[in-house]
Design a protein around this ligand. Structure first.
Ligand SMILES: [Zn+2]
Length: 344
């Protein structure tokens, strides 16, 4: 077997050092944006979202409520993957060629995809750039080790995922971060990962953020959590506060929920965290889900965290025809989201 003199790698020492420094001095958001720029320059990120079209649908009788649709045709290509699928002779694939294992990234992307190694709540993670982004700078934060995406009591306590998501969100003002449970939008089920992306400039608050704000306005609550039922097509739990408070209160709540669901193999969930610019506070959302209702009835995609927050991703020609010809409206999106709701 011929081993190349310099086999491609998924890490670059100089890049890592530079990003670590940027992380320390300017924050994680700046480091991830620098990684994004590096990956654009290297040719790994080629999708600049130029094909994306957004549609907003307002509720006829309610000036605040809306949903949006992001038509993003590149997303349809993500199931075919990116990079080579057959390993070269010198490479040793691990975990069935998992796209989030650094050993595979090296040969699959021939060294053009690079990761940034960091820790979230004491666990080692690698930040990668998503080649099929939902927003410019869309990053995937995957655990260093290959381990299941699904939370379960022995391996992946939900409380720990809350710790890690809050650790990510507190360091990224102006970003949206989320976790998709298995059967709740996760496309790579074998390897634990979070999504993080800068807010797209110029967009309104997400529909779930508006629903949380209105629920609090209608019935102001002291303390945590706010169980939001009836203000939005999907029931959810919302915490808003300083990161440490949100982490401890939400961690305790989801741990209790996980205990109650210990014997329910159909239970899954979405977790999202939003951190506004110039704000110390973060917002955390927990959406209970069931695996047997993962898809959008009448649309081709699954409902993940992004959709649960009120932005539906579409990517097929049929969906484009439906959007262009007016067959999609506020009520239809509302009803699609309501099909995945679990009563709280
Ligand atoms: Zn993996």
């Amino acid at each position: 077997m011929h081993l190349p003199d310099n086999p491609p790698t998924a890490f670059d020492a100089a890049l890592q050092t530079g990003l670590e420094q940027q992380h320390r001095t300017e924050g994680l958001g700046a480091a991830l944006k620098a990684l994004h720029q590096h990956q654009v320059d290297s040719g790994f990120i080629r999708d600049h979202l130029l094909e994306v079209r957004r549609f907003e649908f307002n509720a006829g009788n309610d000036p605040e409520a809306y949903f949006s649709v992001q038509f993003n045709p590149a997303r349809a290509r993500r199931f075919a993957g990116k990079g080579r699928s057959e390993p070269p002779a010198w490479a040793t694939p691990v975990h069935n060629g998992c796209f989030l294992c650094a050993e595979n990234v090296a040969w699959q992307q021939n060294g053009i995809e690079k990761g940034f190694q960091l820790q979230l709540a004491q666990r080692p993670f690698t930040a990668w750039m998503n080649p099929f982004p939902l927003a410019s700078g869309h990053a995937i934060l995957a655990t260093r080790d290959h381990m299941t995406q699904h939370w379960d009591a022995s391996q992946q306590p939900l409380g720990r995922l809350v710790d890690e998501l809050v650790a990510l969100a507190r360091q990224t003002p102006g970003w949206i971060s989320f976790y998709n449970g298995v059967g709740a939008g996760a496309s790579i089920e074998g390897h634990l990962h979070f999504h993080a992306m800068p807010r797209t400039p110029g967009l309104r608050p997400l529909p779930i953020e508006i629903a949380a704000m209105r629920a609090n306005r209608d019935a102001p609550r002291e303390g945590f959590p706010a169980i939001v039922s009836g203000h939005y097509p999907i029931d959810f739990v919302h915490w808003r506060g300083l990161p440490n408070d949100v982490q401890s209160k939400a961690g305790a709540w989801v741990s209790e929920w996980q205990k109650q669901k210990a014997d329910d193999p159909d239970a899954t969930a979405n977790l999202m965290a939003c951190h506004d610019f110039n704000e110390e506070l973060i917002d955390l959302y927990f959406v209970p889900r069931v695996r047997s209702r993962s898809r959008a009835e009448g649309l081709s995609g699954v409902i993940g965290s992004f959709e649960a927050m009120g932005e539906i991703i579409c990517s097929t020609e049929q969906e484009w025809d439906d959007l262009e010809s007016g067959r999609v409206d506020y009520q239809r999106i509302h009803d699609i989201l309501a099909t995945v709701s679990v009563k709280l």
